[in-house]
Design a protein around this ligand. Sequence first.
Ligand SMILES: Cc1cc2nc3c(=O)[nH]c(=O)nc-3n(C[C@H](O)[C@H](O)[C@H](O)COP(=O)(O)O)c2cc1C
Length: 389
Amino acid sequence: MQATACRGGKGRGRPDTAEGNTPRHRADPAWAVGLSRQGGLCYKMNMSPHDTDASTPAATSAAAAAAASADSVDPGPQLGIDLAGLKLANPLMTASGTCGYGNEYADFVDLTRLGAFVTKSITAEVRAGNEAYRIVETRGGMLNAIGLANIGLDAFVERKLPELRQMRQAGPRIIVNVAGHSVDDYTAACARISRAEGVDAIELNVSCPNVRDGLTFGTNPQLLCSLVRQVRDAMSEACPLIVKLSPNVGDITQTAAAAVEGGCQVLSLINTYTAMAVDIETRRPRLANGTGGLSGPAIRPLAVYLVSRVYREVARPAGVPIIGMGGIQYWQDAVEFLLAGATGLAVGTALFVDPATPLKVMDGLRQYLDRHGVKAVQEIIGTLELPGD
Ligand SMILES: Cc1cc2nc3c(=O)[nH]c(=O)nc-3n(C[C@H](O)[C@H](O)[C@H](O)COP(=O)(O)O)c2cc1C
């Protein structure tokens, strides 16, 4: 890992609205059914990759019911975590962009049980995003090229934040994901959002592969360090800054170190992998954008590896917690991330198959800890033993 030298402190014909990519899909059972018919994601994602009975969805529900009744007697292992002073009731949260602004999911899952809710990326201006098609299914994953479609900062603060504040009263902390095109974009948005009532932390998206300049900051350690420093300076001091890292780099420990040097308090990883799917009849990419970001079960082992590296080489020495994500669908996946060094756990693509995924993961995690005689989830964070340890 090299030290970073840090200086100084619209599309057409879209089927979705700027309100976001997710509500229509999520609320539409036909879309979910389509997932399983088209490429087997539902089917594959509903089949546990783990071979014990306890890992099947049915067993997980039974286990969840048992855990729920046990809760009334003994709360069991403590799931609470601390992300640089931000206390969460449990490590589970939504991954940005996969759960809209929150209310879209209210009919499907009790979001108030989450440790935190992470919004989709907000930009200073309204963004319509890329042309359709901008989501396609692949075996074991999803390719998206949404292009940061969002309602813009003003509408977010006026219309969505009040709803999020209500959700917050019931439990979860609110993390607002911010994206931008320039340092000024980022600093202006973060300065305002960090001072807004009900915002517990900001997650900086410097790693979107689906907009033309989306990876510029996220792949250049010097630019990243400088951006993070300026954003940090512009924000309310009380508001923790999370920097979300891209896997589309040669050595992720360099960008992780740059973000830490710039002053972020938490790292989150990973965003999606730049990828492509081809329509062999038309001989054209299946996404109008050409390329998209790959997410879901296909990227989980890659994400676990990167979390493990960043934890050992950057985050642990710097005392910076990690929010891990990338293909989490079952509680076993969550345990892998925790052992590799993640403190928080975000669930994204799996929500498209079952919106209750984070809650099921939470219940399974609690049982795992109980079975292993672990009193608090923090005890297992980063306890993975590698060859040579
Ligand atoms: C449809 C979709 C939209 C996304 N939008 C955003 C976004 O707006 N901002 C962001 O930081 N990440 C976004 N992501 C990336 C996810 O937050 C997450 O980092 C990635 O999908 C890996 O997690 P997963 O495999 O559990 O989905 C998006 C992912 C998907 C699938």
